[in-house]
Design a protein around this ligand. Sequence first.
Ligand SMILES: [Zn+2]
Length: 249
Amino acid sequence: MSMVMLNLLLMFVFIYMIIPYVITRIWGFGVTLRGRRGRQIAFTFDDGPDPLHTPKLLDLLKKKRIKVTFFVLGSKAERYPELMKRIHMEGHQIGIHNYSHLPNWLMSPRHIRNKHVHRSADIIERITGERPSFYRPPWGILNIGDLFALRKYRIVLWSIMGWDWGKGSKNIPLKERILDQLEPGSIILLHDSGDTWGAEPDAPSRMIASLEEVIDTVHIQGYECVRADELLHKPHDSRSDLSKGFRVG
Ligand SMILES: [Zn+2]
């Protein structure tokens, strides 16, 4: 490769990949990393729906009476429409996580918008009757063009990564990983599928088994668990007011 080609390649990588990574992850430019309101927090689950894990997660959420946000893959939504209907019927928010789990760095903004985001939105709308408006790219990776091509969507990343998908998830308990970083407005990233590249197939079972205790603890601390759209849009709810402080239980 000639020097000119190498320089052009490095320039492309810098502009297409590195700049959007820095401005979104560090500055939160064009994306949402957290909410600001009261004592509300939002649990979010990526990579599903999954026929094995999602029903168990839905059972737990129903038992705990909390609503969450699922960022689903369009291809899986297409394969498991009944599961999508259940998520929707039980009051959870559905957002988009591409049609298949591919990184936006390797695709053009136009391709991502048409073949992943619009396509998945069409599938979700066909099944649930409601068109999603929230989007989270796989691995939180955006290219520079996405910030313009996807401006119709609200791009939601996260403020707390659960690290729940791989082998490392065995080392530190989920409860510690989440509670150590928890603050008002936190958006927590977890996964209800273990078949993504790099994930352990059984990781969601471990996550779901630990989640009940996490939910109980955040409730004791006076947090209210809401959908991401509620965290970001709805007017302040006095029930979750900061003045209420911590309930010790
Ligand atoms: Zn993902």
